[in-house]
Design a protein around this ligand. Sequence first.
Ligand code: SF4
Length: 290
Amino acid sequence: MKIEASPALLQKIRAYAEPFESIRPAVFALFPGNTQTLFPFEPESDRGLGVLLLAAALHRPGGEALTARILADLYRAFGTDIFKLNRIPFEKVRETVQATFAAEAALILDEAEQARIPGILRSVCDFFYRVGPLGPWLESAPDWETRAGELCNEIYWMGLRSLTRSKARLFFWLLTRIPDFETHLPAMAHHARGFVWPVSDAHLRFWIDIVKPARTAGARSPEERLSAFAAFGKELFPEAPWRLYLPLDSYLRRDRAGSFTCRTAQDGCRPCPLSALCPAAGQFIPGEGS
Ligand code: SF4
């Protein structure tokens, strides 16, 4: 599988990606200087990195607001013991998570997934206990692929049997969302340029709708998809290939207001550089939809 696009299309995709640069997942609003500041520590601190790992472990597509709400409520309940949930009775953690769901009817998750949350959180805290502060653990990484494998092997429901290691990859992508991450974490920028970023269902939708691959474009095993999109990211943004993940992950993804997250980022379909190619553009442009 190879993703091929003309120079003109590459330019359009770069322009489409531009507004996503300033967008950060909901959990970042809880750090200092943001709209819902709660944590007294910065995202690049060891504690901040711990919060980002907890967020990645709870990740599900389109579930960023839910994750942020769960972590905020846990922090209000336990303070910095949020990093020691493995030493807090399981029932107390479970009750706190259940209270979050009870307080916010819009937070929908199936019962099986909901029931797994306390175990996932406690498993991440076991991991903190074993490796110590995440900053040194990341700085001493031989590469991020090795560290992603460790996360999958050691944290419950993080992707032990996953071919794509999506949650672990997402943790590393969250690091790139730290403002000026290359300045704050210079040792990590090198690993980031060589890393393979997550691929979601929205990436494939984008490839089919916008790039319009030939029927002979090749097989699409999970591993092939990862490497094809990694190569595409490097072609589009050689110095910062991680920039491709969010624009593609947002493509035609429904948000809580019933719109698409890509449309919100572009401030409507009409100014979107991809509107002439996108099958969903017409319904949002007055007079051009059915
Ligand atoms: S739905 Fe609108 S904003 Fe999203 S890619 Fe299509 S044209 Fe662009």
